[in-house]
Design a protein around this ligand. Structure first.
Ligand code: PLP
Length: 419
């Protein structure tokens, strides 16, 4: 199948050859490599068009139909469309679609619902949590009193008994669940019971499993969480940015004010249009089939790697992402990721729970089926990917194996073109 030229996707770029070369280089990289990084996906031409549209010229502030600037008639319609689709997709009552990122969605919800210095109980980054949940290097880590929970040493899963003990000691005003490297289902009802005992909010950050929630393939946080946050560019396969979702009208003013003016200024209307676009796509029946394939493919990849003797953290996955413990190979995550990238397989190094190694050279890799599934890979393609990963890990300095794999990866990519 002939691929459209890069210029098709980037009209006007010819005016800046230096920039064009880099952007077209990135397009070629995406076309010819296999994306296994969990925070990425491959958006439709519609989402690309929305994000590259004239909406970038328009500045609006405040909520739809209550703007500070004039000329907002279409801006209002676009934002209202995104909100209507978000609430329909997740079966919730309210949405704020303005957060410029997942981190801003969290910071806005924290700011709206908490007081400075309040205690938050959230998952440790080392156990799979996300830095925007109060890591000391972030503003959230400075503004609130953070206590972290991890996972049980044996099960490598969240242990509600441990978490309850931590909560009873820390008396948090908010419990945060959902991470960036936690591959398993979360007991939201159990967390809510603990939050209720503390009179605390439960915030679920579903960035990595929002698509599965939307299609009923992962536990639904909405009956239990007071507030749910997500990014829109990972499992939702859309615009860069985030959202906050909730059901209780009494929280609306606080959450909206937490996002704007709390943590950000005017709306990125082109991104909001991109969110409307991807949410519209997610409401269509094929998004369900896509998410089923995400799960099938992730399980096939995990099983293939396990067959080759690699340990999958927790023994498997309930979503697109998984963590691989490389300890048995003697290869560290950074070296593995470097060798795999040369073979055209993009992955990221990752800490595993109780990792004895430092974050720069951790024991693990994080993999995801999200993007590969979007380009049409099925179980047999993901089994092949597992074989390639195992081959490279056997000896990451084997340049011949890397070169051979690169050719096979390229052939597979050409058979499943993007754009
Ligand atoms: C990716 C991610 C975020 C942050 O997203 P940014 O858009 O990079 O700010 C927040 N929470 C979780 C769980 C994530 O995985």
């Amino acid at each position: 199948m002939p691929l459209p030229s890069p210029a098709y996707f980037t009209p006007g770029l010819d005016a800046d050859p230096e920039l064009a070369a880099a952007i077209n280089g990135e397009l070629a990289r995406q076309r010819d490599g296999i994306e296994l990084i969990a925070s990425e996906n491959i958006v439709s031409a519609l989402v690309l068009a929305a994000q590259g549209s004239v909406l970038t010229n328009k500045t609006v502030e405040g909520a739809a139909y209550a703007r500070y600037y004039g000329g907002a008639e279409y801006a209002d319609a676009i934002e209202a469309l995104a909100i209507a689709r978000a609430t329909k997709l997740f079966g919730c009552r309210f949405a704020n679609v303005q957060p410029h990122s997942g981190s801003n969605a969290n910071a806005g919800a924290f700011l709206g619902l908490l007081n400075l210095g309040d205690a938050i109980l959230s998952m440790n980054v080392a156990a799979g949590g996300h830095i925007s949940h109060g890591h000391p290097a972030t503003l959230t880590g400075r503004d609130y009193k953070i206590t972290h929970y991890g996972v049980n040493r044996v099960s490598e899963r969240i242990d509600l008994d441990e978490l309850r003990d931590l909560a009873r000691a820390a008396r948090p005003k908010m419990i945060v669940a959902g991470g960036s490297a936690y591959p398993r289902a979360i007991d939201f009802a159990g967390l809510r019971a603990i939050a209720d005992e503390m009179d605390a909010f439960l915030l679920v950050d579903m960035a990595h499993f929002a698509g599965l929630v939307a299609t009923g393939l992962y536990p639904n946080p909405f009956p239990h969480a007071h507030v749910v946050t997500t990014t829109t560019y990972k499992s939702l396969r859309g615009a860069r940015g985030g959202m906050v979702l909730w059901n209780d009208e009494r929280l609306s003013k606080r959450i909206d004010a937490g996002v704007f003016p709390g943590v950000q200024g005017s709306v990125m209307l082109h991104a909001v249009a991109g969110k409307a676009a991807c949410l519209g796509e997610a409401l269509k029946p094929d998004f369900h089939a896509y998410n089923e394939a995400v799960l099938d493919n992730a399980r096939a990849l995990a099983a293939t790697l396990a067959d080759k003797g690699l340990r999958i953290v927790t023994g498997g996955t309930d979503m697109g992402l998984m963590l691989v413990d490389l300890a048995s190979t003697g290869v560290t995550g950074d070296v593995a990721a470097g060798a795999l990238e040369k073979a055209g397989l993009a992955v990221n190094k990752n800490m595993i729970p109780f990792d004895p190694r430092p974050p720069e050279a951790p024991s693990g890799l994080r993999l995801s089926s999200n993007a590969g599934t979007t380009r049409g890979f099925g179980v047999s393609e993901f089994e092949k990917i597992g074989d390639w990963i195992a081959r490279i890990l056997r000896d990451p300095s084997d340049l011949r194996a890397i070169a051979e794999t690169r050719q096979e990866v390229l052939a597979l990519c050409r058979a499943f073109p993007i754009y």
